[in-house]
Write a protein that binds this ligand. Structure first.
Ligand code: N1C
Length: 263
């Protein structure tokens, strides 16, 4: 495959860098610091783009490192109030519908760097123009690709900065189990919570409204999560189909039995 200037670029199985990445990153950054969280109005969005591009441009997309992203993460990090951190796994749409309507909780995508990178794809290529718009490596092709390294690092930073009571929204309808210790939540976030700052995790176990209900709070994988947290001196509660969140499922499925006022 020829790059935009005719040179050869590497070929991968994943989708390539998002078109207009530069404009999207800058636009999202300015919209975050002006409209979403004006307390961050002094962040330098231009510098954030520079550090973002320095992290991956002209580099082989299978050899991304934490060092590549450290300057970006250091510049982009900001304070998150206690009791507001909301983690998730396999509930991406639902969790964001909820946080967009409810100011009590923040996911990683409600912080500056998560907001900027959400849904984007990017990777470098050693030959000019240094960005591969045709394809990027999937996780199965190489673990240390630019997207995976970024999300793992941002997730670690998000977990480390949590304090007080934290929440997690899990999906009880998936076959692999609501808690999987190879997910980013299981492998990065749970282990990077600081037990001297985080006293409790509340699990919201959501089932798809039309089922199947594969797991409840007494289920196998939830017990594994409870054991891990309790051994780290973090107390745990679990709620099946937490009603304030279920109401957002009901918005798109109002006639379902569990959406009636008096079921
Ligand atoms: O692997 P997961 O879920 O358990 O990761 C979710 C977990 C959340 O608590 C977030 O704080 O880790 C954080 N996180 C993101 O915020 C995020 N936004 C987009 C992790 N991954 C994120 N992505 C992309 O979704 C990324 O490409 C990653 O590989 C998937 C993980 O989604 P999942 O399996 O549902």
């Amino acid at each position: 495959v020829k790059g935009t200037n005719g040179s050869e670029v590497l070929q991968w199985k994943g989708k390539g860098t998002t078109e207009h990445l530069h404009e999207i990153v800058l636009g999202r950054c300015y919209s975050f610091i002006t409209a979403v969280n004006p307390e961050l109005r002094d962040k330098d969005c231009f510098k954030i783009w520079e550090l973002f591009q320095d992290a991956f441009m002209y580099k082989h997309p299978c050899s991304a490192t934490e060092d590549d992203y450290r300057p970006l993460l250091d510049l982009g990090r900001h304070y998150i109030p206690c009791n507001k951190s909301l983690f998730w796994s396999k509930t991406k749409d639902l969790v964001h519908r909820y946080t967009q309507a409810n100011n009590d909780f923040l996911t990683l995508e409600d912080t500056l760097l998560g907001y900027i990178a959400d849904g984007l794809s990017w990777c470098g290529d050693p030959s000019s123009p240094g960005i591969n718009y045709e394809s990027c490596p999937k996780w199965s092709e190489c673990e240390n690709n630019p997207n995976s390294v970024f999300w793992k690092m941002a997730s670690k930073m998000f977990a480390e900065s949590a304090c007080g009571t934290v929440q997690v929204m899990l999906n009880g309808s998936i076959e692999a189990g609501a808690f999987r210790n190879n997910s980013i939540f299981g492998s990065v976030e749970v282990v990077n919570l600081n037990p001297t700052k985080v006293s409790k995790m509340q699990i919201w176990l959501m089932n798809d409204i039309a089922g199947p209900e594969r797991e409840t709070c007494s289920g196998h994988s939830i017990n594994i999560l409870k054991d891990i947290l309790e051994s780290r001196k973090i107390s745990v509660t679990c709620e099946d189909n937490f009603r304030p969140v279920q109401l957002f499922q009901c918005a798109s499925n109002p006639d379902h039995a569990s959406c009636k006022a008096c079921p």
